[in-house]
Every structure is written in C-alpha cells, then in structure tokens.
Ligand binder design. Structure first.
Ligand code: ZN
Length: 203
C-alpha cells in the first residue's frame, strides 16, 4: 500500500512557510515503511535537527480505482482518520532549494502517524470537520476541513488521474497552519472534534 500526501492545501499554512499558492494540488508519496507502528514512540532521526509535526485528516481507500470522477469519489472510501505527516524541515528546505524531491524529508521510517479510523457516516459532513493537535496538553494546530483549498472528493479525483488507488491506500489531505518543531519528551495528541484519534511520545 502507499500513502498519498497532499501539500499546501490550507492557505494559512502556505503563508506560514512562505510558499506560493499552487494552481493544482501538490502531491507526494510516502512508502508504507514510513508508518509508525501502533503504540510505538516516535524517535527523532539523527539526520535532522528540526522535525515538524503536521496534523492531517486521513482517508482510507477501500477499493481499486483510477480516473475517478469527483461525484463518484465517495464510493471509494468509508473511513476517515487523523494522523501526522512528520517532516524533517531542515532536510526538506535544503532539497527544495536545490529543486530535488522531498522523500528523505518526509518518507523516513516513522514519518507517518496513522491513528484510529471512524466510519464517515458518523459525521454529518466530512467537509465540515474540526480537528486539532495538542502538544504537551496545549493546542498547537486547529484545522477545519471546510478550509481545504481542494476538498476530499476533489483530491481523490485529482490523485487518481496519476496513481491507481488500491484498497488500503491512505490519503493525507494536508496540514493547516501552526506546524512546529518536536523535541524529545514531547507528547502529541490528535483529535477530531473532542475525540482522540492518536497519542504518542517523542523520543
Ligand atoms: Zn503534510
């Protein structure tokens, strides 16, 4: 399986990193080896001094599809989740400045936190979900899916024109503003509404 990730999908986050607003979604892939095993601590790799958390709403693909029209996208997922796209920001900045791919900054072991899953029917409208990340008990990121530049069904239509989606693939839908650094002994908790979807320690 693969993790298909969207960058620059919230205007306020684009501005905080001084990036340009894209005309199309920014897409990158993480390998399945990037998934942090359940209940395991996140270890900051020694090739970076600046790992950032990015909390993101996740969508689990339930069947094979390609060239999926936006109006049929809901047939391809039932479950919504929450996770972290950990990013070695220093490595990424260097790669970006050279015009090189980001994989070393975003695809390393443990760089993808995948929390629990919830059936989409639990929510009235998945384009109106509030979600947050708490670091050591304080809210550091507050997002709302209504603020996505491209909504979930548009993202599925877009990415499926390039990549065949397969059962079990996970879409990371981009992070809102408020990204920041983690250090050893930080404790991160992600929530949709008031409900916790994941919690982990940083080492
Ligand atoms: Zn991200």
């Amino acid at each position: 399986m693969k993790l298909i990730c969207i960058g620059r999908n919230y205007a306020a986050h684009i501005d905080e990193l001084n990036n340009e607003r894209p005309k199309e979604p920014v897409v990158f892939i993480k390998p399945d080896s990037a998934i942090l095993p359940k209940e395991q601590d996140f270890y900051i790799p020694d090739f970076t001094d600046n790992v950032h958390y990015e909390v993101e709403v996740l969508v689990k693909i339930k069947k094979v599809g390609k060239h999926i029209a936006k109006e049929f996208a809901p047939n391809y997922y039932d479950e919504i989740g929450l996770g972290i796209d950990f990013t070695a920001r220093d490595v990424q900045q260097e790669l970006k400045s050279k015009g090189l791919p980001w994989e070393k900054a975003k695809g390393f072991d443990g760089a993808a936190v995948v929390g629990k899953w919830m059936h989409k029917n639990k929510y009235e409208n998945i384009d109106k979900l509030g979600f947050s990340l708490l670091k050591n008990g304080e809210i550091v990121q507050n997002g709302h899916t209504s603020l996505m530049l491209w909504k979930i069904d548009e993202l599925i239509a877009y990415v499926s024109t390039y990549f065949m989606l397969k059962k079990g693939d996970i879409l990371f839908t981009g992070t809102p503003a408020g990204v920041g650094r983690v250090v050893a002994n930080d404790y991160l908790e992600g929530r949709i509404g008031e409900e916790a979807f994941f919690a982990l320690n940083v080492r």
